[in-house]
Design a protein around this ligand. Structure first.
Ligand code: FA5
Length: 339
C-alpha cells in the first residue's frame, strides 16, 4: 500500500515540475489534490485495509497530500515571478512611463443651464412636469388660439408626422396640458426640445431648446409678469441684466411682449449672434389669452395667468459666449470638452 502512495507522490512531483504555466499547474492540482483527484482516491483504498492498518495508512496519505500541496504553492510562486520578470524585461514596455489618461464624460452646456434654470424655479415653488415632443395639432396650435388658416402658423414651419401629429414647434402646448393637469393656482416650467422646419444659421437651428413658464392665479397683472421676468434673468446671469421690452404678437397671449437682452457675446456692439443689432430675442411672454384658459378647462372670469417661452439655446450662447448655435447640437467633442 505504501508503494502506491509513493508512486502517486512521485507522479505528482513530476507533473508539478513539468507544468509550464499557471493554468497547467491548476490542472495538475485538480488531478492530484482535487475532490475526485488521485490523493482522494487513495483514501478510498482504506476500505480494503484492516482496522489496525488504517491509522498508519491515513497518516501517510496526509503527509503525501501536504507534500504535494507545498510543491504546488512553491511552483505557483515561481511561475508568477517568471511572468512578472518577463513583463518588466520587455524592451518595449517601460513601466516608468505615465499611464493612459482616462476619458471622463461631462455635462452638455444645455444640460448645465437647464439644471440651473430648474433650480431657480424650483426654489420659487414651481413644479416641473414633462410633456411630449410628438404633439397633436390641437395642443400645438388650436388650443393656443392658432386655427388652421392663421398666419401665425407660417412663423413656425412644422415637421409633420405620418400619423397626422407633429413635432412640437414650441413648448407652449404644455400651457394647456398643465392647466388640464393641475388645480389652480399653480406655477410650472417645462424645459424641452422643439423642432422647426427652417433654414439654419448662426442663431437658428431646426432643433433647439426652450423653457416654457406658466403661472395661473387670480388677478395676475402685466406688472407682475415683467417683474418676474426681470428676477428670472438677473438670477440666471447673476447680475443685473440689460433688457428691453417691445410689444410682441402671439395669438395665445394678450397683451404679448418680446423681451430682448443685450447681447453678452459682443456687449451690444453687434455680432453674428445678435445679427449686428446688439440685442438678442430671448424671452417672449404675455398674459394668457382667455381662449387658452378656456381650452385648459378653466373659467377666464375667475382665472388669469402669465406665460413665457425662453429660448434656452440662445441663453446658453449668451452665458458661454458661443457665437454659433450649430456648435450646440453638432456633437463635436472638441467643443463639448470645454465645459
Ligand atoms: C414661441 O415659440 C412662443 N411659444 C413663445 C411664447 C411663450 C410667447 C409664451 C408668449 C408666451 P418664438 O417663436 O419667438 O415664440 O420662440 C421663442 C424663443 O425661442 C425665441 O425668442 C428664441 O430665443 C428662440 N428661438 C426661436 N426660433 C429659434 C431657432 N430657430 N433656433 C434657436 N432658437 C430659436
Amino acid at each position: 500500500m505504501s508503494e502506491m502512495i509513493d508512486e502517486i507522490v512521485a507522479e505528482g512531483m513530476a507533473a508539478i515540475a513539468a507544468a509550464g504555466d499557471e493554468r497547467a499547474l491548476r490542472d495538475v492540482e485538480v488531478e492530484f489534490l482535487g475532490k475526485k483527484g488521485k490523493v482522494a482516491g487513495l483514501m478510498q483504498e482504506m476500505r480494503n485495509l484492516s482496522a489496525e492498518e488504517r491509522p498508519a495508512f491515513g497518516k501517510d496519505v496526509n503527509i503525501a497530500k501536504q507534500t504535494l500541496e507545498k510543491l504546488v504553492v512553491a511552483a505557483r510562486r515561481t511561475l508568477q515571478t517568471a511572468t512578472l520578470l518577463k513583463e518588466v524585461s520587455d524592451p518595449f514596455d517601460d513601466p516608468t512611463l505615465p499611464g493612459t489618461a482616462e476619458l471622463h464624460g461631462g455635462l452638455h452646456p444645455l444640460t448645465i443651464v437647464t439644471e440651473e434654470v430648474e433650480e431657480i424655479f424650483r426654489s420659487m415653488g414651481f413644479i416641473i412636469p414633462d410633456y411630449p415632443e410628438a404633439e397633436s395639432e390641437f395642443f400645438n396650435f388650436e388650443a393656443l388660439n392658432i386655427p388652421g388658416d392663421h398666419p401665425a402658423r407660417d412663423t413656425q414651419d412644422t415637421f409633420w408626422l405620418k400619423d397626422g401629429n407633429l413635432l412640437r414647434t414650441h413648448t407652449s402646448p404644455g400651457q394647456v396640458r398643465a392647466m388640464r393637469e393641475f388645480k389652480p393656482p399653480f406655477k410650472a416650467i417645462f424645459p424641452g426640445k422643439v423642432y422647426r422646419y427652417e433654414a439654419i444659421d448662426a442663431s437658428h437651428e431646426h432643433t433647439f431648446h426652450q423653457v416654457e413658464g406658466i403661472l395661473i392665479d387670480r388677478d395676475v397683472s402685466v406688472a407682475n409678469l415683467i417683474h418676474s421676468m426681470k428676477v428670472l434673468l438677473d438670477e440666471i446671469f447673476k447680475r443685473e441684466s440689460v433688457i428691453r421690452l417691445r410689444p410682441g404678437y402671439f395669438p395665445f397671449v394678450e397683451p404679448g411682449f418680446e423681451l430682448d437682452i443685450q447681447c453678452a457675446v459682443c456687449g451690444g456692439s453687434g455680432c453674428s449672434v445678435c445679427k449686428q443689432s446688439g440685442w438678442v430675442e430671448l424671452l417672449p411672454c404675455g398674459l394668457i389669452h382667455p381662449n387658452v384658459i378656456r381650452h385648459g378647462g378653466l373659467d377666464p372670469a375667475e382665472w388669469t395667468g402669465w406665460a413665457f417661452g425662453l429660448g434656452l439655446s440662445r441663453l446658453v450662447m449668451m452665458k458661454y459666449q458661443i457665437n454659433d448655435i450649430r456648435h450646440l447640437m453638432g456633437g463635436d467633442l472638441r467643443f463639448l470638452e470645454q465645459f
